[in-house]
Design a protein around this ligand. Structure first.
Ligand code: 13P
Ligand code: SF4
Length: 330
């Protein structure tokens, strides 16, 4: 099997790695040799977060991808995030350690079906959550992330009709916060939709002083219980600024690594999912490993490629989001 067939099959390069190698040292060497920057999302495993040049939420990662002067962006996250980096910096080589690191939310909104949905609302503006494919962004007017969705909707005239997709939970949260009536696509994230309201209430009874914090991709019934809802960066900042010492955290478990690093002495309890067999790990995010990261930098594969016409169309709504965010100081 040649290297490209292997990538199609597995999504990553499998190659024996000398067990005596210190991968931290080797990755640092590759970074310098190739003028590469590693951008990592908070949901990555702790080893990857610790070697990254920048760790952040989707907005922070997009802002970094747009401004970096590195020649190569190694994206430790999922496919739509690496695509966004490529759209913002098309002249750079953008690598993703495992091409199969997808996203259930992005998969819940196939562009062909969304285009038909959009046709039903010709006088509506289309706002899409960044967790979607490049093709879907190309069908959008403005992109948003969980840290700026409310402000982006509020920046539009009150009578502006809006389609919001693909996340119905974030859409409901934004509709509630802004008082706007949004037409929602029926998509959701497999990690955030399984938190159990009943089990969270029981946990709160056992930890009466704990603050409950949740990502707005969670269902309405869970968000109603939250002392604070926000993007991963928002949640992290809340744990730093709050005088509380105990937090129940309803989002992917990877963020707890940074919460513990930033708040030694505070306790973080993962919110329980509705089924005790489930866990709060995103199976897509967790496809990346330190070994895959090393091999991807060494071989400069898998690389993200996007047709030029899609890059050109998708860049417009992302640039609008970055402009609005910059004006609002986000
Ligand atoms: P943020 O980091 O932007 O909050 O996004 C969370 C998420 O689900 C990313 O896949
Ligand atoms: Fe997608 Fe959810 Fe995983 Fe984020 S946590 S990458 S939204 S499946």
């Amino acid at each position: 099997m040649n290297i490209l067939e292997e990538l199609n099959m597995k999504g990553f390069i499998e190659e024996p790695i000398d067990p005596t190698l210190d991968l931290y040292v080797e990755i640092e060497k590759l970074k310098k040799e190739k003028n590469a920057v590693i951008l990592a999302h908070y949901y990555q495993e702790p080893d990857i977060q610790d070697i990254a040049d920048y760790i952040g939420d989707s907005l922070g990662l997009s802002q970094q991808a747009a401004k970096t002067d590195a020649s190569m962006i190694v994206f430790a996250g999922v496919h739509f995030m690496a695509e966004t980096a490529k759209i913002l910096s098309p002249e750079k080589k953008v690598l993703l350690p495992d091409l199969k690191a997808g996203c259930s939310l992005s998969d819940s909104c196939p562009p062909v079906l969304f285009a038909k949905f959009k046709e039903k609302y010709p006088d509506h503006l289309v706002i899409t959550y960044v967790n979607c494919s490049a093709e879907l962004k190309a069908l959008s007017d403005i992109v948003c992330t969980s840290s700026n969705a409310v402000q982006i909707v509020e920046s539009l005239p009150k009578d502006q009709k809006i389609i919001f997709g693909p996340d119905k939970n974030l859409g409901k949260y934004v509709a509630k916060k802004t008082g706007r009536n949004l037409v929602l696509w029926n998509g959701a994230c497999m990690v955030h939709e399984i938190f159990s309201r009943q089990r969270i209430i029981k946990l709160q009874e056992r930890h009466p002083n704990a603050k409950f914090i949740a990502h707005p991709e969670c269902e309405d019934a869970v968000l109603e219980l939250a002392d604070y809802a926000g993007s991963t960066t928002g949640l992290l900042k809340y744990t730093i600024n709050s005088p509380a010492t105990e937090f129940i955290v309803a989002t992917e478990s990877g963020i707890i690594h940074q919460m513990q690093k930033e708040n030694p002495g505070k306790t973080f309890i993962p919110a329980p999912p509705d089924n005790s067999c489930a866990c709060n790990d995103c199976p897509h995010m967790k496809r990346n490993t330190l070994e895959k990261l090393y091999l991807c930098m060494k071989n400069e594969l898998p690389e993200i490629t996007i047709p030029l016409d899609i890059i050109e169309k998708a860049r417009i709504p992302i640039a609008r989001m970055l402009d609005i965010s910059a004006k609002l100081g986000l």
